[in-house]
Design a protein around this ligand. Structure first.
Ligand SMILES: CC(C)(COP(=O)(O)OP(=O)(O)OC[C@H]1O[C@@H](n2cnc3c(N)ncnc32)[C@H](O)[C@@H]1OP(=O)(O)O)[C@@H](O)C(=O)NCCC(=O)NCCS
Length: 229
């Protein structure tokens, strides 16, 4: 009986130690969640109940194993976390400070993704590759970027600092800093605080069909000028 009690004490002490360590080492991430989620009621709610935080804690451990080339162990931690949180972060992904995943379910972050500081991702976001190429094939996300629910950011592209990716956007080209991108394929609707009118500013359009139309318009202009001569 006494030995069972000892085991119980040890387990409780280990759980308490784990909570203290997470509170200390992930203090910035917990505060970021509190700051960015109006529904978060307190420090302990985030600590115990936010799967975005739990996925991040596991990722830091998985990434540590990955750096030691313990790939199987790293992937094991990542897959168990995927099972418990619905968030799949490849152990190779590099993630900055004060990172917050809100809700989280269905979120995927690829192996060569690089994420800056103060980034916020919502559920259903994919930071993925576009094909079967090897090497750096996932996006680089700058500091203070927000990526809306369901958005797909694909390929070895860069999303500049302070940018917003709208819900359900599909982004396949670089995004300059301080931009807002919406739609499929993503197009810039705001840059440096200025609204971009896509009908007038073709240089800001990421849509390849609009670029073709733009090219055709220019050719017609040239032909008309030629006819007038
Ligand atoms: C993109 C976003 C950041 C808004 O940025 P904004 O600069 O304030 O944009 P505006 O509201 O001025 O909209 C600009 C244009 O983009 C359109 N737009 C906005 N969000 C869009 C989206 N997600 N998809 C497609 N078009 C969108 C607007 O209708 C508007 O079109 P218009 O110029 O033809 O009228 C926001 O709409 C968004 O998608 N946030 C993600 C939030 C999220 O995922 N929340 C999950 C909570 S669980």
């Amino acid at each position: 009986m006494e030995s069972i009690l000892w085991v119980l004490y040890i387990l409780i002490a280990m759980a308490a130690l784990k909570i203290i360590l997470i509170s200390v080492f992930f203090y910035g991430d917990i505060r970021a969640a509190q700051k960015r989620d109006p529904a978060a009621k307190g420090f302990f709610e985030v600590l115990f109940l936010y799967q975005g935080l739990h996925a991040l804690v596991s990722h830091r451990i998985a990434h540590f194993f990955y750096q030691l080339h313990l790939f199987f162990l790293a992937r094991l931690v990542s897959q168990v976390t995927r099972f418990t949180t619905g968030i799949e972060i490849h152990p190779g992904a590099i993630i900055g400070r004060r990172f917050f995943i809100d809700h989280g379910m269905g979120l995927v972050i690829g192996e060569t993704a690089v994420i800056g500081d103060d980034v916020l991702l919502y559920q259903g976001v994919t930071l993925g590759g576009t094909g079967l190429t090897r090497g750096k094939r996932h996006p680089t996300i700058g500091n203070s970027v927000v990526i809306g629910t369901g958005a797909k950011v694909l390929g070895n592209i860069t999303v500049g600092d302070n940018s917003y990716i709208g819900a359900n956007a599909v982004v396949i080209n670089d995004v300059p800093p301080n931009s807002t991108v919406v739609g499929v394929p993503g197009r810039i609707t705001r840059q440096d605080g200025r609204k971009i009118d896509s009908a007038l500013e073709h240089s800001h359009i990421l849509d390849p069909i609009m670029q073709i139309i733009d090219e055709i318009e220019k050719r017609i202009d040239r032909l008309e000028k030629f006819n007038d001569k």
